[in-house]
Design a protein around this ligand. Sequence first.
Ligand code: PLP
Length: 354
Amino acid sequence: MVATHKISIHNTPASRLPSVDFSNLPFGKVYTDHMLIADYHHGAWQSVRIVPYGHISISPASPALHYGQSIFEGMKAYRNERGEALVFRPLDNWKRLNRSAERMCLPEVPEELFMQGLQTLIELDRNWIPDVPGSSLYIRPFLFSADEYIGIRPSENFTFMIILSPVGPYYSTPVKVCIETHFTRAVRGGTGYAKAGGNYGGAIYPAKLAQDRGYHQLIWTDGIEHKYVEESGTMNVMFVKENSLITPALNDSILAGITRDSVIQMARYWNMPVEERKISVEELINGLRDHSITEAFGAGTAATIAHIELIGYEGTDYHLPPVEKRDFSNRVLLALDEIKRGHAPDPFGWVHLF
Ligand SMILES: *Cc1c(COP(=O)(O)O)cnc(C)c1O
């Protein structure tokens, strides 16, 4: 049974589009004319609506504010020559949203609500999708508790929203990262596999300390022994070692990135060996010392493929080869970009045309 939602639309009286400089877009500061909102009351999603982008009102007693009962997603849309909107793997984001929702006691968002809401919103704000190379429309769905109750218990009322932001590149240069062996992002049994707000709030301080020392980001290690590599900031981390792609195997403290999965599928498609397994800090440092690790990069929707320039560990910076020499990461970055923009065939059926 497919339940369809009647989506009411309240158009903005005056588009802000003419005021946006698309040749000079920052990341995440510009929002489009409209946003989607849906309310969950009495066990059902209702009043799905698109309204002009703007502030919302929320109870000061909302558990989203007090206890972080809030999750989000991130995906991107591109525009092809025919003016159609191409969204990369939205059903995978929908599935992950619902995995996060389960962990945080938030209600499932039905596929129809997610996809119809997305389609209607994107159709309305289609002209906001940048067609400048390196730019795209970042899509941010999120879901939070809208109860008015400061006791700690599963909530009954919720809000689901989607906002859109035209964005330029996340990082403008290759990134400098350092291995974190004191602070923890996520631990076994925790919420690391969910895109839950609190995971990110708690990660800002350790990242800031690294930034004060000249790094862009951290490489998180496991929360128990700080011996195994997990992720880099809000990206999955991947390496090329002796012509194999190696990346930490998924567990409940690692976010299952859709970019990570896309890179793995591309590598296998090109007959490159892929190893998803534990990678110890010791193996990583040895591989950087003896140059058996030739490439390192972060993988995520916002940053796409972020080349890692150097990795700091115990006071030493280990440099990777120059970016021009990194065959795999350059090739996969380009190949994914061509698929996402509709410039190359899509053998995996990843692109959703709206
Ligand atoms: C979102 C996210 C990623 C990347 O996931 P994608 O689906 O590729 O965008 C990786 N790690 C963390 C912690 C994240 O929040």
